[in-house]
Design a protein around this ligand. Structure first.
Ligand code: ATP
Ligand code: MG
Length: 428
């Protein structure tokens, strides 16, 4: 068969040998076999076996019940890695969202329930033998993505496969075969019936793993998936879309939130917020993405230090780091208004300003709520107003961040508001 042969880690061979000596046929399946055929090494080895989860747990001493319902048991091998063993399965009933599975007798049944031919190749790690009943290897060498069996039926069973098709085609630069393509385009509107978490995980995989997400994202757009799931991005005009996906390509793998923030920068803040809520990210992640997505551009290097401090005060160090990567990526596409040198210069100026440790937040002020109370003020919203006003002054002139100076400013502010103090500010 193939010129490229997979090489299984010793632990995989040990697991397969142990199971087969006990009488249970076992194969390597899925992503690792596919990746090996493309000359890529994979750390995720999935094994399919005739043994039931109970039998697997009897045979190996260190196991983890990762998904007993799905027939999956993790075996902790001597190399410290956990390998997933899934009992041969076949679907008995599906409704587009979930599948009811039962254990199957043979590897052929197990392979026929898998989504695409390239993901339905089994390889035997001891015999170095392939079992590829659906022609996955031929599709792979032809650069073609195709469903196992009838495309309409396979997408109807599980609409997530639409997104998986676009993700694999994008990541491995495969052409989606015509019947598979028209079927997924027709079914795209059904994606809304999937759980938001599964939809989100798919997008995050594209953004996290794919070295060039622009291909998968463009397929999302061409197939009408963007329109169904992410209309906020779908509304971008073609030029802007092309620019933004080239920026995403230039951001590193393993930084899905940064890439998502880049994708959302041309989108109106309220639309981006709506999309993020729909993605069900954690509050912290949502906040991190939204802050970078909506931040104003970094000020140019020749800006007045006051402008730099105000920008830093508003956005903070973390946003500065993320945004500088996006702006550099954007300048490298050649479509932005800045060249990479300009972005690096603004970033250096902001960093230099940060190194002077200027007060940037209310918490950095030399005066706090306790001081205001000691001055005889009753706590309330007015505290926040006063402290914010002081911060404005201090951003203008950081050397004014001293207790006595600020206490006098408080008096002035209150005087303007006609509030009289019980205690003299000088007594603080
Ligand atoms: P990745 O490198 O992204 O992990 P993978 O092929 O390993 O790719 P997984 O999601 O880890 O993908 O799934 C492992 C295998 O399980 C797939 O190769 C495929 O055979 C099968 N599979 C996973 N999800 C589905 C699905 N929704 N429908 C059918 N088969 C699936
Ligand atoms: Mg995998």
């Amino acid at each position: 068969m193939s010129a490229v042969r997979p090489i299984a880690p010793g632990a995989v061979r040990w697991i397969v040998r142990t199971l087969e000596e006990a009488g249970y046929e076992t194969w390597a399946v899925g992503g690792a076999v596919r990746d090996a055929l493309m000359g890529r090494t994979s750390v995720d080895w999935d094994l399919a076996t005739k043994a039931t989860p109970l039998q697997v747990r009897k045979i190996f001493s260190r196991t983890v019940p990762v998904g007993i319902d799905h027939g999956t048991v993790g075996v902790l091998a001597r190399d410290g890695v956990m390998y997933e063993l899934t009992t041969f399965r076949r679907d008995v009933q599906t409704d587009g969202r979930h599948a009811l599975v039962e254990f199957a007798e043979c590897i052929e049944d197990d392979l026929s329930r898998r989504d695409f031919t390239i993901n339905a190749i089994a390889w035997h790690p001891l015999r170095d033998e392939f079992y590829d009943p659906f022609g996955g290897e031929e599709d792979l060498s032809a650069g073609r993505l195709r469903t196992v069996g009838d495309a309409d039926q396979r997408f109807e069973e599980d609409y997530l496969r639409i997104l998986r098709a676009l993700r694999f085609a994008g990541r491995f630069d495969l052409q989606i075969e015509d019947v598979t393509w028209s079927s997924l385009v027709v079914s795209a509107h059904r994606l809304k019936t999937l759980s938001p978490e599964r939809i989100r995980d798919e997008l995050m995989k594209v953004l996290s793993i794919d070295p060039s997400p622009s291909r998968a994202l463009s397929l999302y757009r061409e197939a009408g998936v963007i329109e169904v799931l992410y209309p906020e991005i779908g509304a971008l005009r073609e030029r802007l879309w092309d620019d933004v996906i080239s920026v995403v390509n230039l951001l590193p793998v393993g930084r899905p939130k940064l890439r998502l923030a880049a994708l959302l920068r041309p989108v109106a803040e309220s639309d981006a917020a709506r999309l993020l809520v729909r993605l069900r990210l954690s509050n912290a992640d949502m906040d991190a993405v939204a802050r970078i997505a909506s931040a104003t551009e970094m000020p140019s290097a020749d800006s007045d230090p006051r402008v730099l401090r105000r920008w830093l005060s508003r956005h903070g160090r973390v946003v500065m780091r993320g945004l500088s990567r996006i702006e550099i990526a954007s300048s490298r596409t050649g479509h932005g208004s800045k060249d990479p040198r300009m972005v690096v210069d603004s970033w250096s100026m902001l960093r230099a300003e940060l190194r002077t440790s200027p007060p940037l937040k209310v918490d950095d002020l030399a005066i706090d709520g306790g001081d205001l109370k000691r001055m005889g003020l009753k706590p309330g919203p007015v505290f926040g107003e006063i402290l914010n006003e002081l911060l404005e002054h201090v951003l203008e002139e950081p050397q004014r961040n001293q207790k006595t100076i600020l206490a006098h400013e408080v008096k002035e502010i209150l005087g303007r508001r006609s509030v009289k103090l019980d205690v003299d500010a000088d007594n603080l």
